[in-house]
Design a protein around this ligand. Sequence first.
Ligand code: MN
Length: 507
Amino acid sequence: MFREETVTKTLEALCKKVRSYDPQADIALLRRAFAFANEAHAGQKRATGEPYITHPLNTAITLADMLLPLPIIVAGLLHDVPEDTSRTLEEIKAEFGEDVASMVAGITKLSKIKYRGMERYIENLLKMFLAMAADVRVVFIKFADRLHNLRTLEAIPPKKQYRIALETLEIYAPIANRLGMGEMKGLLEDAAFKYVYPKEFAWISELAQSTRKGKEEYVANVIEKTKELLIENHVEFLDVHGRAKHLYSLYRKLLRHERNIARIYDIMALRVITNDITECYAALGIIHSRWAPLKGRIKDYIAQPKPNGYRSIHTTVFCEDGEIVEFQIRTRAMHLENEYGIAAHWAYDQQAKAHPHAAKNEPLPPWVQELTRLQTDLADKQKALTSLEEVKIDVFRNHIFVFTPKGDVIDLPEDSTCVDYAYAIHTDIGNTCVGAKVNDEPAQLSRVLKNCDMVEIMTDKSRKSPNPDWLDFVKTRHAKTKIRQMSRSKISSWIKGILPTKGKNKK
Ligand code: MN
Protein backbone atom coordinates (compact mmCIF):
# COMPACT_ATOMS: atom_id res chain seq x y z
CA MET A 1 0.00 0.00 0.00
CA PHE A 2 1.26 3.44 -0.86
CA ARG A 3 1.97 5.85 1.95
CA GLU A 4 1.54 9.59 1.87
CA GLU A 5 4.80 10.12 3.80
CA THR A 6 6.74 8.79 0.82
CA VAL A 7 5.72 11.85 -1.18
CA THR A 8 6.68 14.21 1.63
CA LYS A 9 10.01 12.46 2.03
CA THR A 10 10.74 12.64 -1.67
CA LEU A 11 9.90 16.35 -1.71
CA GLU A 12 12.24 16.98 1.22
CA ALA A 13 14.98 15.00 -0.54
CA LEU A 14 14.46 17.16 -3.62
CA CYS A 15 14.72 20.42 -1.65
CA LYS A 16 17.83 19.18 0.11
CA LYS A 17 19.43 18.11 -3.15
CA VAL A 18 18.81 21.49 -4.80
CA ARG A 19 20.11 23.37 -1.77
CA SER A 20 23.27 21.23 -1.80
CA TYR A 21 24.42 22.58 -5.15
CA ASP A 22 22.68 25.94 -5.08
CA PRO A 23 22.46 27.34 -1.55
CA GLN A 24 20.73 30.47 -2.84
CA ALA A 25 17.95 28.59 -4.64
CA ASP A 26 14.43 29.79 -3.92
CA ILE A 27 13.17 26.71 -2.11
CA ALA A 28 9.84 28.40 -1.39
CA LEU A 29 9.27 28.57 -5.15
CA LEU A 30 10.08 24.87 -5.45
CA ARG A 31 7.52 24.08 -2.75
CA ARG A 32 4.94 26.28 -4.46
CA ALA A 33 5.46 24.41 -7.72
CA PHE A 34 5.07 21.12 -5.91
CA ALA A 35 1.87 22.28 -4.19
CA PHE A 36 0.48 23.50 -7.53
CA ALA A 37 1.21 20.20 -9.29
CA ASN A 38 0.06 18.15 -6.33
CA GLU A 39 -3.26 19.93 -6.23
CA ALA A 40 -3.70 19.77 -10.01
CA HIS A 41 -3.02 16.02 -10.11
CA ALA A 42 -5.02 15.33 -6.92
CA GLY A 43 -6.93 12.06 -7.16
CA GLN A 44 -5.02 10.88 -10.26
CA LYS A 45 -3.11 7.65 -10.07
CA ARG A 46 -0.22 6.16 -11.98
CA ALA A 47 -0.64 2.71 -13.53
CA THR A 48 1.39 1.45 -10.57
CA GLY A 49 -1.37 2.64 -8.21
CA GLU A 50 0.79 5.37 -6.76
CA PRO A 51 -0.47 8.97 -6.61
CA TYR A 52 0.30 10.73 -9.89
CA ILE A 53 2.46 13.35 -8.19
CA THR A 54 5.20 10.71 -7.64
CA HIS A 55 5.91 10.96 -11.37
CA PRO A 56 6.63 14.71 -11.68
CA LEU A 57 8.42 14.53 -8.36
CA ASN A 58 10.79 11.80 -9.57
CA THR A 59 11.27 13.67 -12.82
CA ALA A 60 12.34 16.70 -10.80
CA ILE A 61 14.73 14.57 -8.72
CA THR A 62 16.49 13.32 -11.86
CA LEU A 63 16.89 16.93 -13.03
CA ALA A 64 18.32 17.89 -9.66
CA ASP A 65 20.73 14.94 -9.90
CA MET A 66 22.05 16.64 -13.01
CA LEU A 67 22.63 19.76 -10.86
CA LEU A 68 20.37 21.84 -13.08
CA PRO A 69 19.09 25.32 -12.20
CA LEU A 70 15.81 25.79 -10.36
CA PRO A 71 13.54 26.93 -13.25
CA ILE A 72 14.16 23.62 -15.05
CA ILE A 73 13.27 21.69 -11.91
CA VAL A 74 10.12 23.76 -11.43
CA ALA A 75 9.14 23.04 -15.05
CA GLY A 76 9.85 19.35 -14.38
CA LEU A 77 7.36 19.37 -11.51
CA LEU A 78 4.73 21.01 -13.70
CA HIS A 79 5.44 19.13 -16.93
CA ASP A 80 2.21 17.08 -17.08
CA VAL A 81 -0.14 19.70 -15.67
CA PRO A 82 -1.59 21.26 -18.88
CA GLU A 83 -1.86 17.89 -20.65
CA ASP A 84 -3.43 15.85 -17.87
CA THR A 85 -5.25 18.25 -15.54
CA SER A 86 -7.76 21.09 -15.67
CA ARG A 87 -5.05 23.63 -14.86
CA THR A 88 -3.88 25.49 -17.96
CA LEU A 89 -0.65 26.78 -19.36
CA GLU A 90 -1.93 30.33 -18.77
CA GLU A 91 -2.30 29.62 -15.08
CA ILE A 92 1.25 28.27 -14.98
CA LYS A 93 2.42 31.40 -16.74
CA ALA A 94 0.62 33.64 -14.26
CA GLU A 95 1.95 31.68 -11.32
CA PHE A 96 5.51 30.81 -12.41
CA GLY A 97 6.33 33.17 -15.25
CA GLU A 98 6.91 33.05 -18.97
CA ASP A 99 10.15 31.07 -18.90
CA VAL A 100 8.82 28.10 -16.91
CA ALA A 101 5.60 28.16 -18.95
CA SER A 102 7.52 28.01 -22.23
CA MET A 103 9.39 24.89 -21.08
CA VAL A 104 6.15 23.23 -20.00
CA ALA A 105 4.62 24.15 -23.38
CA GLY A 106 7.58 22.50 -25.11
CA ILE A 107 7.09 19.28 -23.17
CA THR A 108 3.37 19.28 -23.84
CA LYS A 109 4.02 19.57 -27.56
CA LEU A 110 6.56 16.77 -27.49
CA SER A 111 4.01 14.46 -25.88
CA LYS A 112 1.70 14.97 -28.85
CA ILE A 113 4.07 13.13 -31.17
CA LYS A 114 2.48 9.87 -32.13
CA TYR A 115 3.81 6.47 -32.90
CA ARG A 116 3.26 5.58 -36.52
CA GLY A 117 5.61 2.88 -37.73
CA MET A 118 9.16 2.75 -36.55
CA GLU A 119 10.89 4.26 -39.55
CA ARG A 120 8.72 7.30 -39.88
CA TYR A 121 8.65 7.64 -36.16
CA ILE A 122 12.40 7.78 -35.76
CA GLU A 123 12.63 10.39 -38.45
CA ASN A 124 9.94 12.44 -36.78
CA LEU A 125 11.31 12.20 -33.33
CA LEU A 126 14.82 12.96 -34.35
CA LYS A 127 13.69 16.10 -36.12
CA MET A 128 11.54 16.95 -33.19
CA PHE A 129 14.33 16.71 -30.73
CA LEU A 130 16.49 18.90 -32.85
CA ALA A 131 13.72 21.43 -33.14
CA MET A 132 13.11 21.25 -29.46
CA ALA A 133 16.73 21.81 -28.86
CA ALA A 134 15.87 25.39 -29.65
CA ASP A 135 15.43 25.16 -25.92
CA VAL A 136 17.53 22.21 -24.92
CA ARG A 137 16.18 22.37 -21.38
CA VAL A 138 12.97 20.81 -22.67
CA VAL A 139 14.97 17.81 -23.79
CA PHE A 140 16.47 17.42 -20.31
CA ILE A 141 12.96 17.34 -18.87
CA LYS A 142 11.86 14.86 -21.52
CA PHE A 143 14.75 12.53 -20.63
CA ALA A 144 13.95 12.73 -16.93
CA ASP A 145 10.26 12.13 -17.68
CA ARG A 146 11.08 9.13 -19.84
CA LEU A 147 13.45 7.69 -17.27
CA HIS A 148 10.76 7.60 -14.61
CA ASN A 149 8.23 6.18 -17.05
CA LEU A 150 10.68 3.37 -17.82
CA ARG A 151 11.27 2.70 -14.16
CA THR A 152 7.54 2.24 -13.62
CA LEU A 153 6.95 0.29 -16.83
CA GLU A 154 6.18 -2.91 -14.93
CA ALA A 155 2.57 -1.78 -14.48
CA ILE A 156 1.61 -1.35 -18.15
CA PRO A 157 0.73 -3.92 -20.86
CA PRO A 158 3.69 -5.79 -22.41
CA LYS A 159 3.12 -4.49 -25.93
CA LYS A 160 3.32 -0.90 -24.75
CA GLN A 161 6.30 -1.70 -22.54
CA TYR A 162 8.15 -3.00 -25.55
CA ARG A 163 7.31 0.01 -27.68
CA ILE A 164 8.39 2.56 -25.07
CA ALA A 165 11.56 0.67 -24.26
CA LEU A 166 12.46 0.27 -27.93
CA GLU A 167 11.91 3.98 -28.60
CA THR A 168 14.24 4.68 -25.72
CA LEU A 169 17.02 2.53 -27.13
CA GLU A 170 16.57 3.73 -30.68
CA ILE A 171 15.89 7.41 -30.17
CA TYR A 172 16.28 8.84 -26.71
CA ALA A 173 19.59 7.17 -25.83
CA PRO A 174 21.32 8.11 -29.11
CA ILE A 175 20.18 11.70 -28.65
CA ALA A 176 21.47 11.73 -25.08
CA ASN A 177 24.72 10.41 -26.50
CA ARG A 178 24.81 13.08 -29.17
CA LEU A 179 24.34 15.69 -26.48
CA GLY A 180 27.29 14.17 -24.64
CA MET A 181 25.08 13.09 -21.73
CA GLY A 182 26.85 9.80 -20.97
CA GLU A 183 25.21 9.22 -17.61
CA MET A 184 21.70 9.86 -18.91
CA LYS A 185 22.34 7.61 -21.91
CA GLY A 186 23.45 4.81 -19.57
CA LEU A 187 20.46 5.23 -17.26
CA LEU A 188 17.95 5.25 -20.11
CA GLU A 189 19.50 2.21 -21.79
CA ASP A 190 19.71 0.18 -18.61
CA ALA A 191 16.09 0.96 -17.72
CA ALA A 192 14.92 -0.07 -21.23
CA PHE A 193 17.22 -3.08 -21.70
CA LYS A 194 15.16 -5.74 -19.94
CA TYR A 195 11.97 -4.92 -21.83
CA VAL A 196 13.55 -5.08 -25.26
CA TYR A 197 15.95 -8.00 -24.73
CA PRO A 198 14.70 -9.88 -21.65
CA LYS A 199 16.88 -12.98 -22.14
CA GLU A 200 20.01 -11.01 -22.86
CA PHE A 201 19.30 -8.78 -19.90
CA ALA A 202 19.11 -11.79 -17.59
CA TRP A 203 22.34 -13.13 -19.04
CA ILE A 204 24.23 -9.85 -18.69
CA SER A 205 23.01 -9.07 -15.17
CA GLU A 206 24.07 -12.52 -14.07
CA LEU A 207 27.42 -12.21 -15.82
CA ALA A 208 28.13 -8.74 -14.45
CA GLN A 209 27.21 -9.80 -10.96
CA SER A 210 29.38 -12.89 -10.94
CA THR A 211 32.29 -11.05 -12.54
CA ARG A 212 32.12 -8.27 -9.97
CA LYS A 213 31.59 -10.58 -7.04
CA GLY A 214 34.48 -10.40 -4.63
CA LYS A 215 35.99 -7.55 -6.66
CA GLU A 216 34.84 -4.76 -4.36
CA GLU A 217 37.62 -5.32 -1.89
CA TYR A 218 40.19 -5.55 -4.66
CA VAL A 219 38.99 -2.31 -6.23
CA ALA A 220 38.96 -0.49 -2.89
CA ASN A 221 42.53 -1.63 -2.41
CA VAL A 222 43.67 -0.42 -5.84
CA ILE A 223 41.97 2.94 -5.20
CA GLU A 224 44.00 3.34 -2.00
CA LYS A 225 47.21 2.28 -3.74
CA THR A 226 46.61 4.75 -6.55
CA LYS A 227 45.99 7.62 -4.16
CA GLU A 228 49.19 6.81 -2.24
CA LEU A 229 51.12 6.59 -5.46
CA LEU A 230 49.92 9.98 -6.67
CA ILE A 231 50.58 11.64 -3.31
CA GLU A 232 54.08 10.15 -3.10
CA ASN A 233 54.86 11.55 -6.51
CA HIS A 234 53.32 14.96 -5.82
CA VAL A 235 50.67 14.65 -8.50
CA GLU A 236 47.62 16.58 -7.40
CA PHE A 237 44.21 15.00 -7.88
CA LEU A 238 40.65 15.60 -6.73
CA ASP A 239 39.34 12.07 -6.52
CA VAL A 240 39.92 8.43 -7.39
CA HIS A 241 36.84 6.27 -7.62
CA GLY A 242 35.53 3.07 -9.20
CA ARG A 243 32.80 2.95 -11.79
CA ALA A 244 30.72 -0.03 -12.84
CA LYS A 245 29.98 -0.30 -16.52
CA HIS A 246 26.34 0.16 -17.48
CA LEU A 247 24.71 -3.15 -18.37
CA TYR A 248 23.46 -2.31 -21.84
CA SER A 249 26.78 -0.86 -22.82
CA LEU A 250 28.46 -4.04 -21.55
CA TYR A 251 26.02 -6.07 -23.65
CA ARG A 252 26.81 -4.10 -26.81
CA LYS A 253 30.50 -4.50 -26.18
CA LEU A 254 30.18 -8.25 -25.63
CA LEU A 255 28.43 -8.55 -28.98
CA ARG A 256 31.45 -6.95 -30.58
CA HIS A 257 33.79 -9.39 -28.83
CA GLU A 258 32.28 -12.80 -29.55
CA ARG A 259 30.42 -12.71 -26.25
CA ASN A 260 33.67 -13.37 -24.45
CA ILE A 261 33.72 -11.61 -21.10
CA ALA A 262 37.46 -12.25 -20.74
CA ARG A 263 38.00 -9.75 -23.54
CA ILE A 264 36.20 -6.93 -21.76
CA TYR A 265 38.65 -5.02 -19.63
CA ASP A 266 36.50 -2.18 -18.39
CA ILE A 267 33.69 -3.95 -16.55
CA MET A 268 35.17 -2.24 -13.57
CA ALA A 269 37.21 0.88 -14.23
CA LEU A 270 38.99 3.30 -11.95
CA ARG A 271 38.66 7.00 -12.49
CA VAL A 272 41.24 9.57 -11.57
CA ILE A 273 39.85 13.11 -11.47
CA THR A 274 42.32 15.99 -11.56
CA ASN A 275 42.27 19.77 -11.63
CA ASP A 276 43.99 20.28 -14.94
CA ILE A 277 45.28 18.55 -18.06
CA THR A 278 48.93 18.55 -17.02
CA GLU A 279 47.99 16.52 -13.97
CA CYS A 280 46.16 14.02 -16.19
CA TYR A 281 49.34 13.22 -18.11
CA ALA A 282 51.41 13.22 -14.93
CA ALA A 283 49.00 10.72 -13.38
CA LEU A 284 49.18 8.56 -16.50
CA GLY A 285 52.98 8.48 -16.27
CA ILE A 286 52.92 7.55 -12.59
CA ILE A 287 50.36 4.78 -13.12
CA HIS A 288 52.41 3.32 -15.98
CA SER A 289 55.59 3.43 -13.93
CA ARG A 290 53.94 1.24 -11.30
CA TRP A 291 51.76 -1.02 -13.44
CA ALA A 292 52.74 -2.01 -16.97
CA PRO A 293 50.25 -0.92 -19.62
CA LEU A 294 48.79 -3.43 -22.09
CA LYS A 295 50.01 -2.82 -25.60
CA GLY A 296 47.71 -0.81 -27.84
CA ARG A 297 45.27 -0.03 -25.05
CA ILE A 298 46.19 3.58 -24.37
CA LYS A 299 43.58 5.95 -25.75
CA ASP A 300 44.08 9.67 -25.53
CA TYR A 301 40.64 11.16 -25.97
CA ILE A 302 41.94 14.42 -24.55
CA ALA A 303 44.21 15.02 -27.54
CA GLN A 304 41.58 13.47 -29.80
CA PRO A 305 38.09 13.77 -28.33
CA LYS A 306 35.28 11.46 -29.46
CA PRO A 307 32.81 13.03 -31.91
CA ASN A 308 30.31 13.71 -29.11
CA GLY A 309 32.93 15.66 -27.20
CA TYR A 310 33.96 12.91 -24.75
CA ARG A 311 37.39 13.59 -23.30
CA SER A 312 39.48 11.35 -21.06
CA ILE A 313 42.65 9.28 -21.14
CA HIS A 314 42.05 5.54 -21.00
CA THR A 315 44.73 2.99 -20.25
CA THR A 316 44.58 -0.68 -19.33
CA VAL A 317 47.29 -2.02 -17.03
CA PHE A 318 48.47 -5.24 -15.40
CA CYS A 319 47.56 -4.15 -11.92
CA GLU A 320 48.03 -5.68 -8.46
CA ASP A 321 48.25 -9.51 -8.56
CA GLY A 322 48.40 -9.37 -12.35
CA GLU A 323 44.71 -8.42 -12.68
CA ILE A 324 43.80 -6.32 -15.69
CA VAL A 325 42.34 -2.92 -14.73
CA GLU A 326 41.31 0.07 -16.81
CA PHE A 327 42.07 3.60 -15.66
CA GLN A 328 40.20 6.63 -16.93
CA ILE A 329 41.93 9.90 -16.25
CA ARG A 330 40.27 13.27 -16.78
CA THR A 331 39.91 16.75 -15.29
CA ARG A 332 36.86 17.62 -13.21
CA ALA A 333 35.52 19.83 -15.99
CA MET A 334 35.83 16.97 -18.49
CA HIS A 335 34.26 14.60 -16.03
CA LEU A 336 31.18 16.77 -15.57
CA GLU A 337 30.91 17.16 -19.28
CA ASN A 338 31.29 13.43 -19.99
CA GLU A 339 28.55 12.65 -17.47
CA TYR A 340 26.10 15.47 -18.12
CA GLY A 341 27.18 16.72 -21.54
CA ILE A 342 25.39 19.80 -22.62
CA ALA A 343 23.61 19.90 -19.25
CA ALA A 344 26.97 20.37 -17.54
CA HIS A 345 27.10 23.81 -19.04
CA TRP A 346 24.29 24.86 -16.80
CA ALA A 347 25.04 22.65 -13.87
CA TYR A 348 26.08 24.45 -10.75
CA ASP A 349 29.64 23.47 -10.16
CA GLN A 350 30.26 23.91 -6.48
CA GLN A 351 33.94 24.58 -6.87
CA ALA A 352 34.04 26.64 -10.01
CA LYS A 353 30.46 27.86 -9.41
CA ALA A 354 30.21 28.45 -13.10
CA HIS A 355 30.60 27.04 -16.53
CA PRO A 356 33.42 24.53 -16.14
CA HIS A 357 35.10 25.69 -19.32
CA ALA A 358 34.74 29.34 -18.60
CA ALA A 359 36.38 28.62 -15.28
CA LYS A 360 39.19 26.58 -16.75
CA ASN A 361 39.60 28.28 -20.05
CA GLU A 362 39.78 24.93 -21.81
CA PRO A 363 38.76 24.53 -25.44
CA LEU A 364 35.15 23.52 -25.96
CA PRO A 365 34.27 20.47 -28.03
CA PRO A 366 33.06 21.58 -31.49
CA TRP A 367 29.39 20.80 -30.94
CA VAL A 368 29.36 22.85 -27.78
CA GLN A 369 31.12 25.69 -29.53
CA GLU A 370 28.39 25.59 -32.10
CA LEU A 371 25.79 25.86 -29.38
CA THR A 372 27.46 28.46 -27.31
CA ARG A 373 28.11 30.61 -30.33
CA LEU A 374 24.44 31.41 -30.16
CA GLN A 375 24.42 32.08 -26.49
CA THR A 376 24.38 35.79 -25.96
CA ASP A 377 26.76 36.33 -23.14
CA LEU A 378 28.83 33.41 -22.07
CA ALA A 379 31.45 35.56 -20.42
CA ASP A 380 28.88 36.73 -17.94
CA LYS A 381 28.72 33.59 -15.83
CA GLN A 382 25.62 34.42 -13.87
CA LYS A 383 23.81 35.25 -17.06
CA ALA A 384 25.03 32.06 -18.71
CA LEU A 385 23.23 30.14 -16.01
CA THR A 386 19.95 31.89 -16.54
CA SER A 387 19.70 32.93 -20.17
CA LEU A 388 19.38 29.44 -21.56
CA GLU A 389 16.48 30.00 -23.87
CA GLU A 390 18.75 31.60 -26.42
CA VAL A 391 20.73 28.45 -26.94
CA LYS A 392 20.04 26.65 -30.17
CA ILE A 393 21.36 23.63 -31.91
CA ASP A 394 22.58 24.85 -35.20
CA VAL A 395 22.38 21.66 -37.20
CA PHE A 396 19.11 22.70 -38.76
CA ARG A 397 19.66 26.40 -38.94
CA ASN A 398 17.44 28.04 -41.51
CA HIS A 399 14.93 25.29 -40.96
CA ILE A 400 11.82 25.13 -38.89
CA PHE A 401 9.76 22.14 -37.87
CA VAL A 402 6.01 22.34 -37.62
CA PHE A 403 3.39 19.79 -36.61
CA THR A 404 0.43 18.44 -38.44
CA PRO A 405 -2.65 18.02 -36.24
CA LYS A 406 -1.83 14.29 -36.19
CA GLY A 407 1.61 14.86 -34.74
CA ASP A 408 3.71 14.43 -37.87
CA VAL A 409 6.60 16.81 -38.28
CA ILE A 410 7.07 18.85 -41.44
CA ASP A 411 10.44 20.33 -42.15
CA LEU A 412 10.36 23.77 -43.87
CA PRO A 413 12.78 26.60 -44.60
CA GLU A 414 12.67 29.58 -42.28
CA ASP A 415 9.96 32.16 -43.00
CA SER A 416 7.72 29.57 -44.64
CA THR A 417 4.02 30.35 -44.61
CA CYS A 418 0.82 28.35 -44.26
CA VAL A 419 0.71 27.95 -48.04
CA ASP A 420 4.23 26.49 -48.12
CA TYR A 421 3.13 24.09 -45.43
CA ALA A 422 0.01 23.13 -47.40
CA TYR A 423 2.08 22.35 -50.49
CA ALA A 424 4.63 20.45 -48.42
CA ILE A 425 1.87 18.12 -47.30
CA HIS A 426 0.31 17.56 -50.69
CA THR A 427 -0.08 19.48 -53.95
CA ASP A 428 -3.88 19.06 -53.82
CA ILE A 429 -3.98 20.55 -50.35
CA GLY A 430 -1.92 23.49 -51.56
CA ASN A 431 -4.08 24.00 -54.61
CA THR A 432 -7.33 23.94 -52.68
CA CYS A 433 -6.39 25.63 -49.44
CA VAL A 434 -8.69 28.43 -48.30
CA GLY A 435 -7.79 28.97 -44.66
CA ALA A 436 -5.52 27.91 -41.84
CA LYS A 437 -5.30 27.48 -38.12
CA VAL A 438 -2.03 27.91 -36.30
CA ASN A 439 -1.93 26.51 -32.77
CA ASP A 440 -5.72 26.24 -32.89
CA GLU A 441 -6.17 29.94 -33.74
CA PRO A 442 -7.44 31.08 -37.16
CA ALA A 443 -4.58 32.46 -39.25
CA GLN A 444 -4.00 34.09 -42.62
CA LEU A 445 -2.62 31.85 -45.35
CA SER A 446 0.32 34.25 -45.58
CA ARG A 447 1.14 33.75 -41.91
CA VAL A 448 4.87 33.13 -41.37
CA LEU A 449 5.31 29.95 -39.36
CA LYS A 450 7.52 29.46 -36.35
CA ASN A 451 9.28 26.42 -35.01
CA CYS A 452 6.89 23.94 -33.40
CA ASP A 453 3.72 25.62 -34.61
CA MET A 454 0.86 23.21 -35.06
CA VAL A 455 -0.78 23.94 -38.39
CA GLU A 456 -4.09 22.85 -39.78
CA ILE A 457 -5.21 23.69 -43.33
CA MET A 458 -8.79 24.14 -44.45
CA THR A 459 -9.46 23.19 -48.06
CA ASP A 460 -12.31 23.77 -50.44
CA LYS A 461 -12.56 21.02 -53.03
CA SER A 462 -14.51 23.27 -55.37
CA ARG A 463 -11.57 25.62 -55.60
CA LYS A 464 -10.16 25.15 -59.08
CA SER A 465 -6.68 26.59 -58.69
CA PRO A 466 -4.34 28.48 -56.38
CA ASN A 467 -4.29 32.24 -56.08
CA PRO A 468 -1.38 33.73 -58.08
CA ASP A 469 -1.07 36.42 -55.40
CA TRP A 470 0.35 33.73 -53.12
CA LEU A 471 3.53 34.02 -55.16
CA ASP A 472 4.18 37.28 -53.29
CA PHE A 473 4.71 35.52 -50.00
CA VAL A 474 5.46 31.82 -50.45
CA LYS A 475 8.99 30.83 -49.57
CA THR A 476 9.57 27.33 -50.91
CA ARG A 477 10.46 26.66 -54.49
CA HIS A 478 8.10 23.71 -54.42
CA ALA A 479 5.10 25.93 -53.66
CA LYS A 480 6.15 28.55 -56.21
CA THR A 481 6.51 25.97 -58.96
CA LYS A 482 3.14 24.42 -58.22
CA ILE A 483 1.34 27.75 -58.06
CA ARG A 484 2.87 28.87 -61.36
CA GLN A 485 2.03 25.58 -63.04
CA MET A 486 -1.56 25.73 -61.91
CA SER A 487 -1.92 29.40 -62.73
CA ARG A 488 -0.52 28.82 -66.19
CA SER A 489 -2.86 25.96 -66.91
CA LYS A 490 -5.73 28.05 -65.56
CA ILE A 491 -4.86 30.95 -67.82
CA SER A 492 -4.40 28.71 -70.82
CA SER A 493 -7.71 27.01 -70.21
CA TRP A 494 -9.31 30.42 -69.74
CA ILE A 495 -7.75 31.55 -73.03
CA LYS A 496 -8.96 28.38 -74.65
CA GLY A 497 -12.38 29.12 -73.21
CA ILE A 498 -12.70 32.53 -74.85
CA LEU A 499 -11.22 31.45 -78.13
CA PRO A 500 -13.42 30.08 -80.86
CA THR A 501 -13.51 26.32 -80.51
CA LYS A 502 -12.08 25.70 -83.95
CA GLY A 503 -8.89 26.57 -85.59
CA LYS A 504 -7.13 29.89 -85.42
CA ASN A 505 -4.88 29.35 -82.47
CA LYS A 506 -3.07 26.18 -83.46
CA LYS A 507 0.53 26.06 -82.45
MN1 MN B 1 5.38 12.85 -17.68
